[in-house]
Design a protein around this ligand. Sequence first.
Ligand SMILES: [Cu+2]
Length: 469
Amino acid sequence: MSITRRTLLAAGTAALTLPALARRAAARDMPVLRAAPSTAQIAPAGYGPSPVWSYGGTVPGPEIRVRAGERVRRRFENGLPQDSAVHWHGIRIANAMDGAAGVTQDPVPPGGTFDYDFVAPDPGTYWYHAHARSWEQVARGLAGPLIVDDVEAWEGLEGAATAEATLMLADWRLQEDGALHEASFGDLHDWAHAGRLGNTVTINGAIDARLPVRRGERLRLRLINAATARIMPLRMPGLAPLLIALDGYPVAPRPAERILLAPAQRADIVVDIPAGLDAPLPILMDAGRDEWVEIGSLIDGGVTALPPQAGPVRPLPAGTARAPDLSAPQEEVLRMEGGAMGRLERARLGGVEQDFRQLVAARRVWAFNGVAGDMDEPAFRAPLGRTVRLRLVNETRWPHGIHLHGHHFTVLTRGEQPDAYQARRDTVLVRPGEPVEIAFVADNPGRWLLHCHMLGHQASGMLSWFEVT
Ligand SMILES: [Cu+2]
């Protein structure tokens, strides 16, 4: 950005210093990310388009792509009828840019703007989504992919993928006319159970998506679960997927016949598309009780012009998050209580103990460590640079996807056994009666949210924060 003499003269006031001018000029150049009501063809052919809320007029929102170490700059414009903010999920971001409305920034009112400008330090598959009334705003469509490329281009390297595609999965609750079922937004019965489960799963906004692939190519698929509540077990029969990353962070390549994605989680897989492709290759999801349904398919898109990659899949370069120092960590516990068939007799809310009837009246049915979503006090504080070892204990009857903002953590144990992957993640699925231990270096200063990513659970008590000082 260069400031010319002409710009200076045009500004016409001595009160404007050069840095201020530079900032204003930079802000004018910011690409816009606008959230507003629009429509999308979600329901099958024969139904009209559904009214949605979207970024940039599309569902999902436009893919934002930078290289690792580069900045993401977007002027968020709020064209919605309610407050909003944009969270950049999984990015180890500067606190002021995290987009947690009411915690790291004021909510952006209707008609307002907020300039997001941050560095994306680690390559990988991330996403962005609304973080105000997210149980409604994400369910209405406010989410999009954020892809951070490796600095060294991976194309053409022996064993690397020769093509890639982003598959953003979403779960919609449609009524018979194809419109979103608005009457059940905020339904406390949903929130006390698994959350707002939909009846229509889409890939990149399309029902029964048909994704052209090229025969003979080694394809990297970036899978993102943008659902507000649905846990998605996935299979791709006819292919032999190799898992190469979870939540953006590399894992040693390993076969993954079944891929489990909790809400907000991502998985990068590599598949070799056969040279002969007689029929579409289905993408299957377990809709519950081992009932596998086809949610989309890979279809013949011709033959790749690139030479086939026959050797072993090349591992991704490691990310830059520091490994936790487990010699003397700060020990913390997050105990989850409540929900349907739970035993939440009382919890703190508004700084005082409340009984179950009072909590229900306040629309709080879950608690972390005996607190039903109060934000006065953090779950814990950690000094900058300290390793925190956090034990996640699920005393409810429901699985929860626990997300920490601003940090990636290592999953150490699951059900008291060493976790098979020891993966770096930002969201971890914690099943009832199966404690999970995670550890991370608290190296990103600020106040960070810690919540369940079943967004109805978050809104009804499963929300807290931690502070890195
Ligand atoms: Cu939950």
